[in-house]
Design a binder for this molecule. Structure first.
Ligand code: SAH
Length: 440
């Protein structure tokens, strides 16, 4: 068995630091002590604390290689010895007993381990979370000139696995998406309260992922109060976010820069399909002569109309319809547009859904290309993780080919600064977008 240690009779988050604190108290003697513990067995009494090996996970070579390759997850099938404790933080060992670092531990999940810190001597305590979250927030500073609605923590990409924290003006919306992370709820809230000084923190823990972790799905206030609607702004455009009931944590912050970019090139008659609360439409309306904001959701469009009024924009009309039908009808009617935006929901929620999703993406893109006047612009996006960048491009090539028109790529876009896509963690990246120009 492993010689690695943990204090306390039963596991709970903060106690992680106590075991490490013992090591820290005797840094020079650490290796000697480790050897002694190994020789003495699993359980020893040191300074009144029980120290035992229950909080160690042992992983096979495949699991260890994932960490070496820069990916923080180790799956259940690669854990050869499971820690005998509840969810929380555990030390991870390779097959030979070499410590690889600290990890979140989710006993029920397929993703058993999520890397926290490669340093086996790290102390996962309040100071650790303060430092990790502070550096994540510091990375966003350049965005603060442009918006007050931004993601402060993007989970694994910011070294805080399974944690999401979005800021809407003076309020925060968080998501704790693993059992291991839940054990650090108090530390994380303390960090956020001291670093951001928010007026309130809402947990949008209603995501289905939590069920896989054995966690309840709920939307609850964790601190202060959070209004039903919050007025925020991005690049000079004001809009209402709906933290309690809106999609994601209340708005789609991940397309902010793309909305701004498309707003700068828009012209003529514009169409924003899948508009939600008018997100792209509000930006398009600054340059286009007229914008049609289309969505299947009536309540989303009602907010879109409120948003248009907030920005004193009078050149947007709102259409509640199915985008597939609408595009087909307009083609039949022979109507053309100069600018079209397609930002649909993820058609491919699973890998198995990919073939049908590809047909859906191609269908709307082909129809949009056909609807554009010569020189017209199409900004098209996909937020399906399973649709890779190359598949997305292939689908667009195929749509362009079927349209019989010459279509140029003016730009290929991705995620903004506050949603970092880490190259070694593909799951952190999901948005791809392209600005296409129909040349003839
Ligand atoms: N472009 C938005 C995000 C869109 S999310 C932004 O930047 O904020 C996807 C939207 O598509 C949702 O508002 C949903 O109501 C809408 N939707 C889903 N299926 C649809 C369909 N078949 N036709 C029209 N809208 C649809």
């Amino acid at each position: 068995m492993s010689q690695e240690v943990f204090t306390g009779e039963s596991f709970s988050g903060p106690k992680v630091s106590r075991s490490s604190a013992i090591w820290m108290a005797f840094p020079a003697r650490k290796s000697v002590m480790r050897a002694q513990y190994a020789a003495l067995g699993n359980i020893r009494r040191i300074r009144g604390d029980y120290i035992h090996a229950m909080t160690v996970a042992r992983v096979n070579t495949k699991g260890a290689r994932r960490w070496q390759a820069g990916h923080p997850w180790i799956y259940r099938t690669d854990v050869t010895e499971r820690p005998m404790v509840d969810a929380g933080a555990v030390l991870v060992h390779d097959t030979r007993g070499k410590p690889l670092g600290w990890s979140l531990w989710s006993p029920l999940s397929e993703i058993s381990l999520r890397l926290l810190d490669r340093n086996p001597d790290a102390i996962i305590d309040q100071a650790w979370w303060d430092e990790r979250i502070a550096s994540s927030i510091a990375r966003r500073v350049p965005l603060e000139d442009h918006t007050n609605a931004l993601r402060l923590v993007h989970g694994e990409a910011d070294g805080c696995p399974s944690l999401i924290c979005d800021r809407y003006d003076q309020w925060l919306v968080v998501q704790f998406m693993s059992a291991g992370l839940e054990r650090f709820r108090e530390e994380i809230l303390t960090s956020l309260r001291s670093l951001v000084e928010p007026a309130g923190i809402l947990a949008r823990n209603d995501v289905s992922l939590r069920a896989k972790e054995g966690l309840p799905r709920e939307t609850t206030i964790l601190f202060g109060d959070v209004p039903r609607e919050i007025e925020v702004h991005e690049y000079g455009v004001k809009f209402l976010a709906a933290p309690w009931t809106g999609q994601k944590t209340g708005a789609f912050l991940d397309q902010r820069e793309n909305r701004h970019f498309v707003g700068t090139v828009a012209r003529g008659r514009a169409l924003d399909c899948f508009s939600y609360h008018g997100s792209f439409a509000l930006h398009l309306a600054k340059k286009a002569t007229h914008v049609t904001a289309l969505d299947a959701s009536g309540p989303a469009l009602m907010r879109a109309a409120e948003n248009a009024a907030k920005n004193s924009l009078t050149n947007i009309s709102f259409v509640e319809a199915n985008a597939f039908d609408y595009l087909r009808d307009k083609e039949r009617e022979g109507i053309t547009f100069d600018t079209i935006v397609l930002d649909p929901p993820a058609f491919a929620k699973t890998r198995n859904a990919l073939p049908a999703a590809l047909r859906g993406y191609k269908d709307i893109n082909l129809r949009a290309i056909r609807l554009l006047a010569p020189g017209g612009l199409l900004y098209t996006a996909s937020c399906s993780f399973h649709l890779t960048k190359s598949l997305f491009l292939e689908m667009l090539q195929s749509a362009a080919s079927d349209s019989g028109r010459r279509v140029a790529i003016r730009a290929f876009t991705g995620q903004p600064l506050d949603h970092p896509e880490v190259l070694t963690i593909p799951e952190t990246g999901y948005i791809k977008g392209a600005l296409l120009e129909v040349m003839d």
